[in-house]
Ligand binder design. Structure first.
Ligand code: FAD
Length: 413
């Protein structure tokens, strides 16, 4: 364990008051600070593990996960190809328990950031000193016409979260006749893991080549080009899977029809497939979007959304625009004190001579008698080139976008 990391965890926790546990049954350590992590995927499980390791006895870590076991997304494409079974890519959470982490199997439904509490689906409340949200993604099924129903989701499994959906898609591939078409619809970027859909196409083509050589993989990409490692994938499709894989860009999916197994697109012709794998548009997990981590949509009027930003500014944003308005994750950055010059040096920053102790010819703040500031003591701190070093207003006085600001941000007290 790194001493620096351990100190950082304890330092960050030191500022928070100790909260009592709610009725969720967890062990905890008496007198310790509690870190609650929501979501035990790669992100959450790693955060929980290192928090417990670096925090030692001073912290107790509670991991909230809705699923009974972890199933690896990256390896799930191998299950689709038939070269791995689900059991190979599924791991229980017992190992985290042995590391002193309390794993609570429940779904977090709300975060009360003011009271520092997480509400769980079964009704319990969990108090925390620090909260880590790592819920992965949520799917926006309603953005595709016809995909909002349970029947449609069962008919067109996305398998973009590994688990029962992976099994469902594999079964469909196995049941597909030789000579059939597997169509893979990719949403517009950004989406989770840019190379993964193209890798999936390769894995399914690998399976077809061995088991159903007359079958076809049709990639219907909502983007204008391959989003990752283009040269590599193009080479594989034209050499290893020639005649099996066909790539079609600019296929933005607008709707699906369960009865005819058809996909409709914004500009391209509709496509019928034996197995249609629709990866729906997706974004940050719902709990992460509702935890007070972002700006508030306060109203909608005249084609504009009124958004209250964390600074207090209320601004109009056109409601056809996509915006991700968040708070910097590293909110405690300003509380970190490097402690000694050596630590800053380890971070790659070299010592530098202050302008004030230089001669006037070398720096605008140089010169003067004794400890006087350069320029007769009236000089604002500046860089060697005269730029104000402590910040200055950069916004134009009369800017065209002023009309979108309904209320200015609150002034610093
Ligand atoms: C087919 C595919 C292939 C991929 N291949 C690769 C690859 O080769 N390399 C790579 O680096 N990445 C790959 N990725 C991406 C990788 O899987 C993700 O980046 C990674 O899983 C993200 O981890 P996460 O912990 O953020 O989210 P997730 O793994 O989705 O975990 C989130 C967890 O939070 C839980 N959760 C969500 N909401 C709640 C709630 N309210 N209460 C309780 N629990 C909740 C979920 O049950 C889930 O277990 C691939 C993804 C896919 C789909």
């Amino acid at each position: 364990m790194s001493v620096a990391n351990r100190r950082r965890v304890l330092h960050a926790l030191g500022a928070a008051p100790l909260m009592l546990a709610g009725c969720a049954s967890i062990r905890g350590r008496p007198g310790s600070r509690r870190i609650v992590v929501i979501g035990a995927g790669y992100g959450g499980a790693t955060a929980a593990r290192y928090s417990a390791m670096w925090g030692g006895d001073a912290v107790s870590v509670v991991l909230v996960e809705q699923d009974p076991a972890f199933v690896s997304c990256p390896l799930s494409n191998l299950v689709l190809a038939g070269s791995r079974a689900m059991a190979d890519i599924t791991v229980g959470y017992a190992a985290l328990g042995r590391r002193g982490i309390d794993v609570v199997h429940d779904r977090a439904v709300a975060v009360d950031a003011a009271r520092r509490r997480v509400r769980l689906a079964r009704g319990a409340e969990l108090a925390y000193d620090r909260l880590i949200l790592s819920p992965g993604i949520d799917f926006f099924f309603d953005r595709i016409d016809g995909l909002g129903t349970e029947a449609a989701r069962a008919a067109f499994p996305h398998a973009w979260r590994a688990g029962p959906q992976t099994v469902a898609l594999r079964r469909r591939l196995e049941a597909m006749p030789d000579g059939g078409v597997f169509a893979l619809s990719i949403p517009r970027a950004p989406f989770r893991c840019p190379p993964a859909p193209y890798e999936r196409a390769c894995q399914v083509a690998w399976y077809f080549k061995r088991a159903k050589p007359r079958s076809k993989v049709l990639i219907l990409d909502g983007n204008e080009d391959v989003q990752s490692q283009k040269a590599l994938f193009m080479k594989a499709w034209s050499e290893d899977y020639r005649g099996i894989v066909e790539y079609r860009p600019d296929h933005v999916l607008t709707g699906v029809d369960v009865r005819t197994r058809t996909a409709r697109f914004e500009t391209a012709d509709a496509v019928m497939a034996d197995v249609l794998n629709v990866i729906p548009p997706h974004g940050a997990g719902q709990i992460a979007r509702s935890a007070g981590q972002q700006a508030t949509l306060s109203n909608r009027e005249g084609g504009y959304a009124l958004v209250k930003l964390p600074s207090g500014e209320i601004r109009r944003i056109h409601d056809s625009a996509y915006a991700t308005i968040g708070q910097v994750g590293n909110v405690d950055h300003m509380n970190v004190s490097s402690g000694k010059a050596g630590r800053t040096r380890w971070q790659g920053r070299r010592p530098h001579v202050r302008g004030m102790v230089m001669n006037p010819i070398d720096h605008p703040m140089g010169g003067g008698q004794g400890k006087s500031k350069g320029g007769g003591g009236r000089h604002h701190p500046v860089s060697p080139w005269g730029q104000l070093a402590k910040g200055f207003k950069t916004r134009a006085k009369h800017k065209a976008s002023d009309r979108f600001i309904l209320e200015r941000r609150q002034k610093k007290k």
